[in-house]
Design a protein around this ligand. Structure first.
Ligand code: ADP
Ligand code: MG
Length: 250
């Protein structure tokens, strides 16, 4: 693998007596989908929170393109190319689909550039935002209020909003949660195309999706990475089968 985009070294996060991430090492390369699996409470969301900067680690370092970002605030990390989606509410319900994407486009552009202030600026922004809806199931839903979207459409929009900041790395926390079978298939197809342009850290319980998409898998249990490897290696790992997958395939 070429030099990793993201490298995590010895990351520790404690909540009182609980060690939610316990000396986690992890890396992710260009164009890679690295899945992080593990039971509820394993520390997956806590890890994502630390990577995107919403939570400060107690120990360890996070490197993006080799630079230590461990102490930067979340908005700085977003500008450097990190975007998260799912599991935390990120959509503005009282705004339209297109407006939500526009806000994300603007975050990436200069934060002090008062683009909303001129009609021309607003048109440019809307035009760029619309390009992110092209080719998605939301292409002709730009004018709809977010509060009127279905659950599946909201999840699609969350991904579009994350992409609209043009991140290098997408941190996706359970994109399939609550989706029906056909919506899941659609999400899998979308993520498969995104790997060409983004590194993806994929936290997901849907094993079909994980086995379908992942280049590598890391298994987190009680805050510790107990195994990592390719799909075939993880499927065959006896400890993983015991601790997480159960023995249903035995
Ligand atoms: P996962 O995403 O793998 O289900 P989480 O990262 O949400 O797991 O949680 C890991 C552990 O840390 C759980 O035991 C959870 O209760 C605890 N935890 C998560 N966030 C906090 C917090 N802000 N304060 C205290 N405990 C937390
Ligand atoms: Mg979680």
């Amino acid at each position: 693998m070429s030099a990793p985009i993201l490298k995590i070294e010895g990351l520790v996060k404690r909540f009182g007596g609980l060690t939610a991430t316990d000396h986690v090492d992890f890396d992710l390369g260009e164009g890679e989908i690295h899945a992080l699996i593990g039971p509820n409470g394993a520390g997956k969301s806590t890890l994502i929170n630390q990577i995107c900067g919403e939570m400060r680690q107690d120990e360890g370092r996070i490197l993006l393109d080799g630079a230590d970002i461990s102490t930067l605030p979340a908005p700085r990390r977003a500008m450097l190319g990190l975007a998260r989606a799912f599991q935390v509410p990120s959509l503005l319900n009282d705004m339209s689909v297109l407006e939500n994407v526009s806000v994300a486009v603007q975050v990436r552009r200069h934060r002090t550039y008062r683009i909303w202030d001129s009609p021309r600026g607003r048109r440019d922004l809307a035009a760029e935002a619309a390009t992110f809806l092209d080719g998605t199931g939301l292409a002709d839903r730009g004018g709809i209020l977010v509060s009127d979207l279905s659950h599946g459409e909201r999840k699609q929009l969350e991904l579009v909003v994350a992409r609209a900041t043009r991140p290098r790395l997408l941190l996706l926390d359970e994109p399939m949660a609550g989706l029906g079978a056909s919506e899941s298939q659609e999400m899998i197809a979308t993520l498969a195309t995104l790997r060409q342009t983004h590194g993806i850290l994929l936290v997901e319980h849907d094993m079909d999706a994980v086995f379908n998409l992942a280049d590598r898998i890391s298994v987190l249990v009680y805050g510790r990475i107990i195994a990592h490897g390719t799909v075939d290696e993880i499927r065959a790992d006896p400890e993983v089968r015991r601790a997480y997958l159960g023995e249903e395939e035995a």
